[in-house]
Write a protein that binds this ligand. Sequence first.
Ligand code: F6R
Length: 604
Amino acid sequence: MCGIGACLSRIGENVAPKIVKMLKNLEYRGYDSAGVAVLDLDNKISLRKGVGKIDKLAKELKFDEMKGFIGIGHTRWATHGAVTKFNAHPHVDCLNEIAVAHNGIIENYIEIRERLERLGHKFLTQTDTEVIPHLIEENLKNNSSVLESLKKALIELKGAYALVLITRREPDKIFFARFFSPLVIGINDRDIYLASDIPAFLEWTRKVIILQDGDYGFVSRDNIYVRNLFDPSVKSRNWVLVEWTKEMAEKGGYQHYMLKEIHEQPESIRRTVIMVSKQINGVIELLENAKDVYLLAAGTSYYASLHGQYAFAKYGFKSRAIVSSEFLEEVGSFIDKDDLIIGVSQSGETADTLKALRYAREKGARIIAITNVVGSAITRIADKSIIMGAGPEIGVAATKTFTSQVATLNYLILTWAKEHGADVDYLMNKLLVVHKDVERVLEKNEKKAKNLSEIMYKRNNAYYLGRGIGLPIAMEGALKMKEIAYIHAEAYPAGESKHGPIALVTHDFPVFGVVLKDETYHRMHIALEEMKSRGGFIVSVNEVNDQDTMRLSDYHFVIPENYSNILAPLLYVVPLQLIAYYTAIKRRLDPDRPRNLAKSVTVE
Ligand code: F6R
């Protein structure tokens, strides 16, 4: 989704190069156009924007040559209005005195726009955002300060926003506001930064203020002024030192963030297990006291949640995984104060997930958040938050956060099961050292994945089949292939595949099978045999000693023995991630920036 990067130099340096760097650092969020506005040395707003990637625009529009000590920048992911230069942010008022960059959606923009047009305002774009500078321009006519005018505008706006604003009226400040969409402030001796996400400025500072819903105010050379629309007692916000390092948010010698993050999984799983073990207090009690338990998430986080459902079921704990955007219609009317919702979100900012959780909270349900980002919106909704230790994930396609989510959910259920007398020591001990085997899976399968990409890159379709614990793994594998290699990949419960999907299988149709040596094994084989006898090209992920599966397969990827249990996704997903990655590369696609996708989906 849109990214905001703004900078105020405390020592009189030009900020445009830093803003451009921040926008580059936020590229992973997904965007189609970008722009920068600075207050130039004549106290005028200088604005440059266009369609395309930052590097191209920086060259064409010479962002770096813009002179000014205060500025704002934006990468736009179109929601209202086509992808055009005019619709790119920042947007200005009629007098060119106010520039605004915004992430989110202003739901009542049409009525505000019509009113302002009747008052004589001229609009140049089709965006919802453009009403903001005009509304503030209008409010300023009553001789109020910029802060008062901003506050008045915010009270009128409905929807979601993170916004930054510069104006000739008060040229020493960057104004800001946040409601639902994320916005953070970074501080060091030289600059103050405002951004949608911490990695934007991680190379300059780890000292961060995480703004909260309703916060608004301004930053100036020596002041960070924060007030809250709903809570008059807020007079400031404390800063925190984030543990993420600059190196963690860099590629570290890998060609892409995605590949780096796939390789980081041994470490991210190890760290997550340690971190989760320290945050488990109170969680079991919440599980214990709940009537119904729902796991709520979107995309990859949903597949991790579905794994949670299967893993919980293995120990006799009933839960249900639900896609966030379907939650209200599917189960909304059943939710009450005795229920527990486990919200799973890497970013902690996914609009669909937050909306469903807020609804559940209003109904009195208890909420546990599992997220990767300290201070993210989900943690403020939850009764109890568990922060995973995956570190920043920059690649748009989730990889290491999927395995961290699975590790977290496994840790919860094993802890619960142990308290109920189940013998889980073997699996718990294995969870503590599984990272070593993930390392082996990477070593054993990377070259093979590269080889398979030579075949896969010419294909347009694939099935991914799994059963039981294997099903969410197949679903996640198919999602990766779709997202970054643009191959139509469909995941099915293996047994269900004969009820329709098999009609498509003819000579050389790729069928991926996640084969676990558990109670599903024989039924999984039957499904793969059915596919093979119709000409399917079978690619299996199976245990290293599983000769029968390897005989049946045209291609196979091996996993160490004794993982055909709830730990399976931590290993079995790895070859599928690598296959998607190398297929994207072979297709000459950029896996870090898949088309139409955004890392943090902050609109519904
Ligand atoms: C897929 C992917 C998305 C996210 C989804 C939820 O690779 O990254 O499907 O999983 O948008 O995001 P979070 O986990 O941040 O709520």
